[in-house]
Design a protein around this ligand. Structure first.
Ligand code: NDP
Length: 480
């Protein structure tokens, strides 16, 4: 069976314990490879390598660093099909989605930050005729990057690209549930000539390998994407050590549809924002609020289109909904559908596990599920389900829908559908979310700040924000 190895000091190595964990292929529900069960000894080796590499990597010209990162991006593009296939096998997502979203976005993360670091500028302030202040930025040192399983290579590179571009060396841990593309990525880094120790990838479980990264005294900055509960525990460990922290956490995002929307766009995009990647995207709009005059028609059309989505083998190009990532996650999603029933919800379509005959018959497939009849305050509408499950609720006024939208502890993203420009601005300002899309969803411009409010996160990634995070600012004041 194929073994995945850690990438430490430029080499692919076994974990110190020589122990491995099973890696499942969720579409078939069977083990297909083995992951290093790394612990604090592997993390310590990775930190030693990263510290040793720091001086030369941070001292290299930014153009030289950028050229190496561009080479990594070129190799991702070259291997796009193989990486998309690996991502689909590891995660259960349709390979067609991985080909157009996950892998191209991973490559553009590398390219954007390679070029971004070249164009990064620091500020100067002229204090009248008396002084000049300028901001001197230097990489923070060894950065710790921890990423989740839903968009494996995309979110992994989203963190390590700015860290490396800023001149940090990195100790990173992908999710133990989807480690394969990070492993393939480590091979590409070797091929691209990334110097030894600059990037170190330690595979293993969160509470052991992840926790060891967060606790390590020589890692001054932690960039984490994952669940809110894990984020809270990471903050509890890192804050007393005065580490820099960037936390991108869970969401329960509102999708607000006004009666004057562009009907076809709102309907088609809402289908995507509900069920893309099996609803396993932190930015999915899992609570749909529809203005009363169009509510009945929207529900009918949305349910009809949901029934047309093909749930099936992720490797089949017609599949729109693949497998959930694990049996445990499938059981969690199904338990939330049961909860919705207990809370009085009506399941208009979906609601069950799907058995796909053939190679996928033991896979973790769940029907796309649409629920109505629930109050905005019930648990189904307050807690993150992270699966192909949406609720639809009616509203009458802007004030009312803002109250509903803002009623959860989360504040990651929101989508607004209206052709009324003034209303779009008003509602965008009123929703307490860090990312607002008007008449679109998941549209990305890498220069913009990305992140959540409330329990959806602290700090911002994207654009200059990420380069600022991975550098430390010093102000130099020169008296004239
Ligand atoms: P988790 O919080 O379970 O895990 C995220 C990462 O943290 C994994 O690599 C995990 O390792 C690791 N980890 C777990 N425990 C610890 C610990 N004590 N110390 C350090 N690291 C640890 O999230 P999921 O992987 O389940 O991802 C889904 C969640 O991520 C959802 O809530 C989703 O909303 C959120 N998310 C947020 C995004 C955003 O941008 N705001 C984007 C994408 C997802 P392991 O898997 O090996 O246990």
């Amino acid at each position: 069976m194929e073994k995945i190895y850690n990438y430490i000091n430029g080499a692919l190595v076994e974990p110190v314990s020589a122990q491995y964990i099973d890696n499942y292929m969720p579409a078939e529900g069977r083990v297909y490879s083995l992951i290093p069960d790394s612990d604090k000894r592997d993390v310590a080796n990775a930190v030693t390598a990263a510290q040793a590499a720091f001086e030369s990597w941070s001292g290299m010209t930014v153009e030289h660093r950028a050229a190496i990162l561009q080479r990594v991006a070129d190799l991702i593009d070259r291997d796009l099909d193989a990486l998309a296939l690996a991502e689909s096998i590891d995660n259960g997502k349709p390979v067609s989605l991985a080909k157009v979203v996950d892998i191209p976005r991973a490559s553009s993360n590398m390219r954007f930050y390679a070029s971004g670091a070249i164009h990064f500028a620091s500020e100067t302030h002229i204090t009248g005729k008396e002084a000049v202040n300028y901001t001197l930025r230097a990489p923070v040192g060894v950065a710790g990057c921890i990423s989740p399983w839903n968009l494996p290579l995309y979110l992994f590179t989203w963190k390590i690209a700015p860290a490396l571009a800023a001149g940090c060396t990195v100790v990173a841990k992908p999710s133990e549930i989807t480690p394969m593309t990070a492993f393939l990525f480590s091979k590409l880094c070797i091929e691209a000539g990334l110097p030894a120790g600059v990037l170190n990838i330690v595979h293993g479980v969160g509470p052991k390998a992840g926790q060891a990264i967060v606790e390590h005294p020589d890692i001054p900055a932690i960039s984490f994407t994952g669940g809110t509960v894990t984020g809270r525990s990471i903050a509890a460990t890192a804050a007393p050590m005065f580490k820099k922290l960037s936390l991108e956490l869970g969401g329960k995002n509102p999708n607000i549809i006004f009666a004057d929307c562009d009907w076809e766009q709102a309907l088609a995009t809402s289908l995507q924002s509900s069920f893309s990647n099996q609803g396993e995207i932190c930015l999915c709009g899992s609570r749909i609020f529809v203005e009363k005059p169009i509510y009945e028609k929207f529900v009918a059309d949305f349910v009809k289109r949901t029934k047309e989505l093909t749930v099936g083998d992720p490797l089949d190009s017609n599949t729109r909904i693949g497998s959930l990532v694990s049996q445990a996650h499938m059981n969690k999603v199904l338990s939330y559908i049961d909860l919705a029933r207990q809370e009085g919800g009506a399941i208009l379509t979906g609601g069950k596990r799907v058995i796909i005959p053939g190679r996928c018959e033991s896979g973790y497939f769940v029907e796309p599920t649409v629920i109505t009849g629930l109050d905005h305050q019930c648990r189904t509408n307050q807690e993150e389900i992270f699966g192909p499950v949406v609720t639809i609720m009616p509203f009458e006024t802007e004030e009312e829908v803002l109250r509903y939208a803002n009623s959860t502890p989360y504040g990651l993203s929101a989508t607004i559908w209206t052709e009324n420009l003034k209303r779009a601005h008003r509602v965008a300002a009123g929703v307490k979310s860090g990312i607002i899309w008007v008449n679109c969803w998941l549209f990305r411009d890498l220069r913009t700040p990305f992140g959540g409010m409330k329990q959806s996160g602290v700090g911002r990634e994207g654009g200059w924000e990420a380069l600022r995070f991975f550098t430390e600012a010093k102000n130099v004041c020169i008296k004239l």
